[in-house]
Every structure is written in structure tokens, then in C-alpha cells.
Ligand binder design. Structure first.
Ligand code: C5P
Length: 300
């Protein structure tokens, strides 16, 4: 029987660009938060070596261009060259959406394959393999509320935000992260917003809006993608207390002081937009809901 895991999405509550690194990457500070939207990944050992990947739901490549495949290969090549795994991926997280779906899948596979094959992989080795797969992958080894610094791949776990409902809106366009970063003007280093400084100092935050956060990638994305802009403006008109692009988009998330307001939001949105009502999740909640093979966490 394969083991089945939930592979959760993230949003970036905050993302600021501080500078440019010599390798062309950007130095940033970002506040990550896990949300309940997730893909399902079933993994089992297979006879012989190598990787078999199937994606029966959601449409994603079944070859080595898929980060889940590359994650499995990175583990097998180094720790179990004679063994193999079969992976089945059911995608629900929109691709190219700024929700980290591919990176989350990679981290889930990095943790699951050693478990399933009984391999000893040190946490530090797992982190460096994660970093090589993509800047967002190390965050998903940690989850919950966490600060990402450097390329966004040095992760500092934080005390958790109070669980809250968030509306994710996928405008139905796919945005290339590399193109958005390339379209940024010169970095404008600034201090962290006061609400985030207070949160880092231990203040309890009940509403994401109280963080005074922003996303430096928002401007280039809203300027280039009219449909993202129309979703963004519609959420504002619908009375959201915060509206923000997640990562490099195209997903926009919104908080509503009253969850009934969120329920009426579809009337404001373009017809191509897809709405997901989700909850933020702490690290403990992610751990408890990680296995989809048992009955725990099946309220999701
Ligand atoms: O690491 P990942 O593959 O997710 O990044 C995609 C692209 O986003 C990179 O090729 C780079 O152009 C850009 N990027 C960046 N600075 C970061 C993270 C990503 O310029 N900190």
C-alpha cells in the first residue's frame, strides 16, 4: 500500500526586496504562511531502480521537469542508487500561482522517500538538497509561520499567527517568477513594516491586516497582467481588510473581518477567476494533517 501525504500551499504575507546578489538572485525578506489548500502525493517503493511519476489529476509534467521527480532523484542518487519509487501526484494547488505548489511537492517527497525506504538522511543534508531544488523548497521543510531571508531560502521559524480564514483567488493566468524578478527596478532597501517588527518582538497578531505588510513584486505583476489587477481591485471593492499578491502571483489573497463578506465575493470577480476559501495552518497543524493515509486531519 502506498503512503499518502498532504502537500500544503503557502502564501507570502510579506515580501520585500533588499538587494541583488552576485549570482543574479535577489536578496529578500519574506513572511511565509502555510494554508490548508493541498495536493495529495502517494509514494511506494518500486521493484528495481528509478522513478515512476504519474499525475492523474490537475495537469503537471510527469517527467524530470517536475520538482517532485527531481526531489526523488536527488535522494535516490545520493542515498539509495539501487532503489526506486512510484509517485502519484494529485494537483489541486494552481500551478504558476505563487502558492509554492511545486516547491511544496518537492519538500514532501524529500521527507517521505527516506521515511518509506528507511534511509538515514541528516536534516542539514536535506536542507541543502532542498535549497538546490529552488528558493521556496527549504521553507516547506519547516512550514507554519516563518521568515525567509537571503534568497528566501534561509528559514527562521516564528511563533505562529492566530489561525484565520483567507480567500485565495486564482485569476487564471500563469506568471513566470523569473520574468517578474527581471522586471523589478533597482531595489529600495527599507526597514521591515512596524506591524511585522512588533510581531517579531512577540506581539500577538489576530488579523493579517495588522502586519502592515506589502509585496514588492505586486507592482510589476499588476502592471503586466490586467486580469490580476481586476481581481485585486474587485477584492478591495468587496471590502477586504487586506488584499495582497502571493509571491510572484498570479494568486491574490484577501482577508475579511467578517467571513460572510468573503462568501459574497464571487459576484465581484471576473468569470475566469477561481476562489478557494482556506485557513492558515500552524506547524503543529501541518504535522498532524501530513498523513492522508490515516484518519487524522481528514476534516481537510
Ligand atoms: O529558485 P526558484 O527556481 O524558485 O526561482 C525562480 C526564479 O526567480 C529564479 O531563476 C530567479 O530568476 C528568480 N528569483 C530571484 N531571487 C530570489 C528567488 C527567485 O531573482 N530570491
Amino acid at each position: 500500500m502506498p503512503e499518502t501525504y498532504r502537500s500544503f500551499a503557502k502564501i507570502n504575507l510579506h515580501l520585500q526586496i533588499d538587494g541583488r546578489l552576485p549570482d543574479g538572485y535577489h536578496q529578500l525578506r519574506t513572511l511565509f504562511q502555510t494554508v490548508s489548500l493541498h495536493d495529495l502525493i502517494s509514494i511506494e517503493p518500486r521493484a528495481g531502480s528509478g522513478i515512476e511519476l504519474r499525475v492523474p489529476e490537475g495537469g503537471a509534467p510527469e517527467d524530470a521537469s517536475n520538482l517532485a521527480y527531481r526531489a526523488a532523484k536527488a535522494i535516490l542518487d545520493r542515498w539509495a542508487p539501487d532503489q526506486g519509487v512510484s509517485i502519484e501526484l494529485r494537483k489541486r494547488i494552481p500551478a504558476g500561482g505563487g502558492l509554492g505548489g511545486g516547491s511544496s511537492n518537492a519538500a514532501t517527497v524529500l521527507q517521505a522517500v527516506p521515511e518509506i525506504l528507511g534511509l538515514e538522511v541528516a536534516a542539514e543534508d536535506l536542507r541543502s538538497v532542498a535549497r538546490a531544488l529552488g528558493a521556496d523548497v527549504p521553507y516547506f521543510l519547516v512550514g507554519g509561520t516563518a521568515l525567509g531571508v537571503g534568497r528566501g531560502d534561509e528559514i527562521i521559524p516564528l511563533s505562529e499567527l492566530a489561525e484565520q480564514e483567507v480567500l485565495l483567488v486564482d485569476p487564471g493566468v500563469s506568471v513566470s517568477t523569473a520574468e517578474v524578478f527581471a522586471a523589478l527596478g533597482p531595489p529600495r532597501p527599507r526597514p521591515l513594516p512596524a506591524g511585522i517588527v512588533d510581531f517579531l518582538a512577540g506581539a500577538a497578531v489576530r488579523d493579517i491586516a495588522a502586519l502592515d505588510a506589502f509585496n514588492d513584486l505586486e507592482r510589476p505583476v499588476l502592471d503586466r497582467f490586467p486580469r490580476v489587477r481586476s481581481v485585486y481591485n474587485a477584492l478591495r471593492r468587496a471590502g477586504a481588510s487586506c488584499v495582497r499578491l502571493s509571491g510572484s502571483g498570479a494568486t491574490v489573497f484577501a482577508c475579511f473581518a467578517d467571513s460572510r463578506q468573503g462568501g459574497e465575493v464571487e459576484a465581484y470577480l471576473p468569470s475566469e477567476a477561481k476562489v478557494y476559501a482556506v485557513r492558515t495552518m500552524s506547524r503543529a497543524a501541518v504535522r498532524a494533517a501530513r498523513s492522508a493515509s490515516d484518519s487524522e486531519g481528514n476534516g481537510l
